[in-house]
Design a protein around this ligand. Structure first.
Ligand code: BJ8
Length: 383
């Protein structure tokens, strides 16, 4: 059995995606392509894509601009919110700088209040996301999706046809199928790649303004990995870890690294950096495309929903399918919804699935890496 010693270049290319897209976004802007900045997995990308807009993720993942953000926002606020606001306020994020419009959703309290300040120096459209996945909630969300479409038509003086929306749905679904094919390779035991490498592709893909390029690029990586696995290239057998909790990316990749530096391998990501944002397709075979989009997005199991059964459904399914030995939850400091929900997640993992669980609370600094290593090493040791 030959072990993979070095990162294949394909992963590195995706790791550089964010920086590469900085240049690409300026070119798109110069060509007159509308740029729509987004913050959340609930954002129905297909509506903006239908009018030919490029969508880019604005969630910021470094502590560089947090001191600037703390001039306006409280210190004890989630670092994702402070960092995002800080990059916007200091104009250090090219994605934000070039965005013609920023779309937010009424998810957690911190985010929705931050959007109020953001709207003082940028066009912000805030979609009202219901907190419940009920029939009434679905109707509200569908209405919001249509309201967003009408807003875009008015702002950009375009007409968005149903056919264009259906085309965008097809492109997005193809991307989801390709990304899912790649991450499902981690069902293999031993795993075919490190979780850190898989993550580079998952995270990098969120910064691709041209979503239609995702399937070919990601399928090429999956083909390569499948071929190499058949030839005997694979990781060593290690305790298989599922990562859940708040979105990971940038500074918080330290958690994935701590798991893999201390003897584990991350075989699946349940959070918004992974399956939560990819798992379900929009139904293309429908007479009411707005209803299908609303159903797909509202079904996302984020802790801002109450109750939040869909998170447990996905978590349980992933634990079984990926033969998970333990669950690590990453919670950002001051994220109340994930923090409160962690008790329910612990009980579900321990009692219903009979597996060990650990939660780690962290921020965007690197100050706690020693402590993370110690706690995670002890957790993996007992698996
Ligand atoms: S669908 S996880 S991207 S809301 S970590 S800002 S919840 S205080 S990011 Fe999220 Fe959409 Fe949910 Fe996903 Fe608030 Fe918590 Fe901060 Fe968060």
């Amino acid at each position: 059995m030959e072990l993979i010693k070095e990162l294949p270049d394909v992963f590195e290319e995706f790791a550089e995606q964010r920086q590469q897209s900085f240049l690409g976004i300026k070119e798109l802007k110069d060509k007159g392509v509308p740029i729509v900045g987004t913050f959340c997995t609930y954002f129905p990308q297909e509506i903006a894509m239908a009018m030919g807009a490029a969508t880019v993720s604005l969630c910021s993942t470094s502590d560089e601009t947090i001191p600037a953000a703390e001039k306006d926002l409280p210190k004890n606020l989630c670092p994702l919110i402070k960092s995002s606001y800080g990059f916007a306020a200091t104009k250090k994020c090219p994605f934000f700088y070039f965005s013609d419009l920023v779309v937010g959703e009424t998810t957690c309290d911190g985010k929705k209040k931050m959007y109020e300040y953001l709207s003082q120096f940028k066009d912000v459209f805030t979609m009202e996301l219901p907190n419940r996945q009920t029939e009434d909630g679905l109707q509200l969300w569908k209405n919001e999706i249509i309201r967003f479409k009408e807003y875009l038509e008015q702002k950009f003086e375009v007409t968005i046809t149903e056919e264009q929306i259906r085309d965008a749905v097809r492109v997005q679904n193809e991307g989801r199928v390709a990304l899912k094919r790649l991450y499902e390779l981690m069902k293999l035991d031993p795993a075919p790649m490190k979780g850190q490498d898989l993550f580079k592709v998952l995270y990098g893909s969120t910064f691709k303004p041209d979503r239609s390029k995702i399937p070919a690029e990601v399928n090429a990586i999956a083909d390569k990995i499948e071929k190499e696995y058949a030839e005997g290239k694979m990781e060593e057998k290690k305790p298989r870890i599922l990562v859940t909790g708040c979105p990971i990316g940038g500074a918080t990749e330290k958690v994935i690294k701590a798991i893999e530096d201390n003897g584990g391998i991350v075989v699946t990501f349940e959070n918004c950096s992974g399956a939560k944002s990819i798992d379900k397709l929009v139904d293309e075979d429908t007479d009411d495309i707005y209803q299908a989009i609303a159903e797909r997005y509202l079904s996302i199991g984020c802790s801002v929903m109450t109750p939040n059964p869909n998170r447990l459904e996905l978590l349980g399914r992933l634990m079984d399918e990926y033969q998970v030995d333990g669950v690590v939850e990453m919670i950002l400091q001051a994220c109340h919804t994930y923090n409160v929900e962690s008790l329910g997640i612990r009980r579900f993992v321990n009692e219903e699935k009979g597996k060990p669980y650990i939660s780690v609370e962290t921020d965007y600094s690197q100050a706690d890496i020693g402590q993370l290593n110690t706690r995670i090493a002890a957790f993996i040791e007992m698996l």
